[in-house]
Design a protein around this ligand. Structure first.
Ligand code: MN
Length: 227
């Protein structure tokens, strides 16, 4: 089929031992670990989860250089477990939610914190703080068929070898099945959708030349250099 402008490449994630996974949409959960909610000045009580998005082509592969983005002086790391949806659905019940998961990866929800904070203060959208170019570094997917469905395990990030973030999947305020179920009430989830599930405490700024090494126990690792 002809198109008015050239088609762009479909963003994909590599899959360990399989064909690449096409990325459709990237949903992100805000404040899903109590200690991080507190460090952001929020009440970590179990208020319903909320979501924001990044464009699919914000994906940056493992090992890549992330060009320091424009319009910020406060670029933050947020290490997160990423859930890849393999089977779509709406109003998915919690006890069926994991049937919709293709696999898991380690991701970074990179954030222009100064822009996000300004937006928060003025009641404006977060998009320019969260959804900028290359703002979603993500490692290779591991299939749930191979590794199961992690519900505990360390989530860690070092910068230049120094520990920065440390949490555990068992500390998620909203579990993976609960998050999928809740999100699927707002939108019909589609194969190819990713969910970044929130970050533990310890978010902080990075500068050019920093090397970020993230890991989720039982899932994998992710390395990014700030350019
Ligand atoms: Mn996040």
């Amino acid at each position: 089929m002809a198109h008015a402008i050239p088609l762009w490449p479909q963003p994909v994630l590599p899959v360990a031992g399989g064909d690449p996974f096409p990325v459709r949409r990237i949903y992100c959960v805000g404040r899903n670990y109590a200690a991080h909610a507190r460090e952001m000045g929020a009440d970590p009580d179990r208020e319903p989860p909320f979501f924001f998005m990044k464009p699919a082509d914000a994906i940056l592969p493992d090992g890549a250089v992330l060009p320091y983005p424009p319009k910020t002086a406060n670029l933050h790391h947020e290490i997160e477990l990423v859930v890849a949806i393999g089977r779509g659905g709406a109003d998915i019940p919690v006890d069926r939610a994991l049937d919709h998961v293709f696999g898991y990866a380690v991701g970074l929800d990179m954030t222009r914190r100064d822009l996000q904070n300004a937006a928060k203060k003025e009641g404006k959208p977060w998009d320019m703080g969260k959804g900028f170019d290359h703002s979603a570094p993500c490692g290779a997917l591991r299939r749930a068929a191979d590794i199961g469905h992690p519900d505990r395990g360390a989530v860690t990030l070092t910068v230049n070898g120094e520990p920065r973030q440390k949490g555990d999947l068992s500390d998620l305020i909203w579990s993976i099945p609960e998050t999928i179920a809740y999100l699927s009430g707002f939108v019909t989830l589609q194969p190819g959708d990713l969910i970044m599930t929130g970050t533990p405490e310890g978010v902080a700024a990075v500068t050019r030349g920093d090397v970020l090494e993230g890991a989720v126990e039982g899932v994998g690792t992710l390395t990014v250099t700030i350019g």
